[in-house]
Ligand binder design. Structure first.
Ligand code: SF4
Length: 223
């Protein structure tokens, strides 16, 4: 198999136990240029939509976002609002009460200055954990400091057999230990896309999956 570059260095610069770096290449090739499902237009919209999408669907957030951004076009406008003023736009979003508070607090911190994309600064913002920070950093083309672990990744990775972690923090550590850093930028989102399209919660479509040859779940089904 030829070696390929991903713009951040040689994908095979260091081999890892289990050879997962090479095994993920077809998946990364398939999805690495796929646009994120959240239809944001700038960093402000990305931060807001990432906060809103926790425990909700990207499709739903894409629906509620345009009128919200028409009313609150940037951090400065949002910083002037109360959480209650956001309710008419966001009341259909899961956990909207807390999210409105978080958005107002975050806007208050970011309205007057340049947004720092350092991992420590992002996770210090209300409503933003490591998954959201990893998404923001990837979309802004910052070098990866972690791996995106969302609900899809939490479902797919145990099936593949890389980690059996039940929580995102533990799984991210397992993935970071199993994969070389040049892969971190893409691999989480690529696994997420696989989970959205192919490795569904019920009846995963293993026969059409690029990971089938390496997947513990598929292997056990074929015995
Ligand atoms: S082979 Fe099947 S179980 Fe394994 S990752 Fe692909 S779709 Fe999921």
């Amino acid at each position: 198999m030829p070696r390929k570059k991903n713009g951040q260095g040689d994908l095979f610069g260091e081999q890892t136990p289990g050879g997962w770096d090479e095994k993920f290449l077809p998946l990364i090739e398939k999805y690495k240029d796929t646009a994120h499902p959240l239809l944001y237009k700038n960093l402000y919209q990305l931060v807001v939509m990432v906060v809103l999408s926790a425990q909700d669907s990207d499709r739903h957030i894409n629906q509620v976002a345009p009128p919200f951004f028409a009313a609150f076009p940037d951090f400065a406008a949002l910083a002037q609002a109360t959480p209650e003023a956001l309710y008419p736009y966001l009341s259909g979003v899961r956990n909207f009460g807390n999210k409105c508070v978080w958005l107002c607090k975050t806007a208050g911190k970011l309205a007057s200055g340049k947004v720092s994309l350092k991992m420590d600064d992002l996770v210090a913002l209300d409503g933003i954990g490591r998954k959201s920070a990893n998404v923001i950093r990837r979309e802004m083309k910052e070098a990866a400091e972690g791996i995106i672990v969302d609900l899809h990744v939490l479902r797919v990775v145990p099936r593949l057999g890389i980690s059996q972690a039940k929580d995102a923090t533990r799984m991210e550590k397992d993935l970071m230990a199993a994969l070389p850093k040049p892969l971190w930028h893409h691999v989480g989102m690529c696994i997420s896309f696989l989970g959205r399209e192919t490795c569904r919660p019920t009846n995963p479509k293993c026969s059409e999956c690029v990971m089938q040859a390496y997947c513990a779940y598929a292997s056990s089904r074929n015995k």
